[in-house]
Design a protein around this ligand. Structure first.
Ligand code: ZN
Length: 417
């Protein structure tokens, strides 16, 4: 079987044929060059208006990198024609395998972009003998295409979340779709201001806003205000993930204060290395953390009291009816207020202020993918970690959309990966 036969099977071009092939060496590695020729009767397309036009002249031969095969670099060789277009003037012809001035074929760029969903970008570059910039440019192409072609119809539930970006208090606003069965990142706002969220609702449009049934957020006032203002008919929900995050912050505060006080008073440092055994879900503790936790339980510590209050509160999420859940909530708040733990009392205040939104959790049960915001938040964190060192907002944005946006791709005759 000839190489041309394989190429015609995986990537055939209507007005061009594959010609002679020869060996080459690139970066000390073997490669194959394949000539491409235009069919004799085919007229070149003007890249300005996509119309067949008479030829003008030919440019020197250019090399286009294709998907590597068996550890060999693969290149197409082609001398682009210039066309004499009555509308656009003299322009370079349009070719089906590459766009603009790119040295890599479109197929190869989609190949890199797909791998970049599975591996960090520098590893993709390393694996295929290309540069980080080439991978970035491929991903950017995929994201731009995906954003242009995605559809926003039928969005019933969204989750609004924030994620830390760079060091210090820089945040991004993330909006996910969490309709049942659908999980994808819809929007990234620089900052977590009212304006950054309002832009999302504007993009969604009046109709889209009116179609929203559920909005899951944390208690960030900017998010609550804008959601109410822009999609007033949707049920607002404070979701479990964000509430439990508040609990963990307060337990951590109690632990830090207590550890400091114990150290000042010369007590045994029992709270050292206790952070995670107090914060993690007890089912997920490592054996060492579990031992540490049971050791802590034998002391009458404020941290342990805070921990137990949170564990007790977990029962709240198991209720089925809002009314019963509300009774539990009020009871729990009363007890927690007597705990004399200031950070916990602060949580109580927050819960009481948002009682109605909190109980909406039970109204919406089963009607959106629960746990979706937490899952997406974890994935976003992984992306951010992998993207560590991206200083530009644009690269972070591209990485997040690429991995979490569930963006559409063009349909190819052949799947290369
Ligand atoms: Zn033209």
């Amino acid at each position: 079987m000839q190489l041309q036969t394989i190429l015609n099977r995986v990537q055939k071009h209507k007005s061009f044929v594959y010609g002679a092939t020869r060996w080459t060496v690139v970066k000390n590695q073997p490669g194959i060059e394949i000539e491409i020729q235009a069919r004799k009767n085919g007229r070149p397309l003007c890249s300005g208006c996509h119309t067949p036009r008479p030829g003008y002249d030919r440019l020197p031969v250019r090399r286009f990198e294709f998907v590597p095969l068996w550890g060999l670099f693969i290149f197409f060789l082609y001398a682009l024609r210039r066309v004499d277009c009555p509308r656009c003037g003299v322009t370079v012809e349009e070719i089906p395998w590459a766009e603009g001035k790119h040295q890599q074929t479109t197929t190869y760029r989609w190949f890199l972009a797909r791998w970049a969903k599975r591996l960090p970008w520098n590893q993709v570059a390393h694996a295929f003998g290309t540069s980080w910039d080439a991978v970035y440019s491929a991903v950017l192409m995929a994201v731009v295409w995906g954003l242009e072609h995605r559809r926003w119809q039928g969005i019933e539930a969204i989750g609004i979340d924030e994620i830390q970006w760079l060091r210090g208090h820089r945040y991004l606003t993330l909006v996910y779709e969490i309709s049942s069965g659908v999980k994808r990142l819809l929007y990234i706002g620089k900052d977590r201001t009212e304006q950054s969220l309002r832009t999302f609702f504007h993009l969604l449009g009046t109709k889209g806003c009116a179609a929203l049934l559920y909005i899951c957020t944390d208690m960030w006032p900017a998010y609550l205000t804008v959601s109410r203002e822009m999609a007033g008919r949707a049920v607002q929900i404070l979701d479990r993930f964000h509430i439990m995050k508040k609990f963990n912050e307060s337990i951590d505060q109690v632990r830090r204060d207590e550890a400091r006080r114990m150290q000042q008073q010369g007590y045994q440092p029992v709270l050292r290395h206790a952070r995670w055994c107090l914060l993690k879900n007890p089912d997920h503790l490592t054996p060492t953390q579990a031992t540490k936790l049971s050791e802590l339980m034998s002391y009458n510590l404020r941290s342990v009291r805070a921990y137990l209050l949170r564990e007790e509160f977990q029962r709240f999420w198991q209720y089925k009816r809002p009314k019963a859940a509300g009774r539990f909530l009020d009871d729990w708040c009363k007890r927690a207020m007597r705990s004399k733990l200031e950070p916990i009392k602060k949580v109580v205040g927050t819960l009481r202020r948002h009682r109605e939104l909190l109980l909406n959790w039970f109204v919406a049960q089963g009607k959106m993918s629960s746990g979706a915001v937490e899952g997406m938040n974890n994935n976003a964190k992984v992306v951010m970690r992998k993207a560590y060192g991206f200083r530009e907002f644009r690269s972070v944005e591209v990485a997040l959309y690429h991995t979490l946006g569930d963006l559409p791709e063009p349909i190819f005759a052949h799947k290369f990966c």
